[in-house]
Ligand binder design. Structure first.
Ligand code: PAF
Length: 300
């Protein structure tokens, strides 16, 4: 696995890789969720690039940028063992040179739910991912469902800027008890970790209510909200349109249930989908047989 540290060398080496190319962008501290994305990218592409960059632009004042877990040596070994071809791990000063001032604002989608709680967060995400896509020119970008609003924001970015990249969204990977994997789970106390799976149980109960024909949002939410266990507390819980994230007035499949539970200073994100009558999941990209892959840029 080659490692590059600057956008120029990343672009030069990425252009030598056999296409199609899958990109898995990460902030490091890798877990099975990241590795599932790498494996999916490996299965669907001739080459795989991973990036590790703890992006200061997407952390607000007082958030955990400084203490965000960093484990480069272990991450390197994991990515190499998965057969990643190229690792792009730029230093912050190289990603954002002195005087850097451009940012990408995706509009309303970036201002609701996570965007309202973390002003500027999605501008930071969209800006860094635009830079990664520009430097690495992947055929497909692999994202996890857990950060579902991020997947919507990045789909909007790719569509609005006509970027020649597919966005592939893969299912959330969970602990056996249902807790969604996250690098921030390492912050949980024993009591918080014990209660954490109740978040997914609550969301699953709401999804089941919608799937069984409950259309009144308050009634569907009441089927799950009380299941959240102390010391966790709701930050937000809503049933939304899977594309616009507008809260539904009458909830019919396909639908998306989004939530954050607070565990002290840690915020646990999760979501569940309710597929439409056609059985199609509104968020996930179906796994494609290799022969139907479409190459969007460059020679095969
Ligand atoms: O999901 C993440 O880890 C980050 O938001 C991403 C997509 C790597 C951008 O910094």
């Amino acid at each position: 696995m080659q490692t590059v540290r600057t956008p120029g060398s990343a672009r030069a080496i990425a252009r030598t890789l056999k296409r199609p190319v899958g990109l898995v962008p990460t902030m490091g501290a890798l877990h099975e969720g990241h590795l599932a994305l790498v494996r999916r990218a490996r299965a669907e592409n001739a080459s795989v690039i991973a990036s590790i960059f703890v992006n200061p632009l997407q952390f607000g004042p007082g958030e955990d940028y400084e203490r965000y877990p960093r484990a480069f040596a272990r991450d390197f070994e994991l990515l190499e063992a998965e057969g990643v071809d190229l690792l792009y791990a730029p230093a912050a000063e190289r990603m954002y040179r002195p005087g850097f001032s451009t940012s990408i604002d995706v509009g309303k989608l970036g201002t609701v739910f996570e965007g309202a709680r973390r002003p500027g967060h999605f501008t930071g995400v969209a800006t860094v991912v635009a830079k990664l896509l520009d430097a690495l020119e992947p055929t497909s970008l692999y994202l996890g469902q857990k950060d579902v609003q991020q997947t919507a924001v990045l789909r909007q970015l790719v569509s609005d800027l006509d970027l020649p990249t597919n966005v592939v969204v893969a299912p959330t990977v969970r602990e056996p008890d249902g807790l969604a994997l996250s690098s921030r789970n390492a912050y949980l106390s024993q009591a918080q970790r014990h209660a954490a799976p109740s978040l997914h149980r609550a969301l699953a109960a709401i999804a089941a209510a919608i799937a069984s024909g409950v259309t009144e949002p308050a009634v569907a939410l009441a089927a799950g909200a009380p299941l959240l266990e102390a010391p966790l507390e709701w930050d937000y819980l809503a049933i939304v349109d899977p594309q616009s994230f507008a809260p539904c007035e009458r909830c019919e499949p396909p639908a998306l249930v989004v939530a954050v539970a607070r565990a002290g200073a840690t915020r646990l994100l999760d979501n569940v989908t309710v597929p439409g009558a056609d059985g199609v999941d509104p968020i996930l990209t179906p796994e494609r047989p290799l022969r139907t892959r479409v190459e969007l840029r460059g020679p095969a």
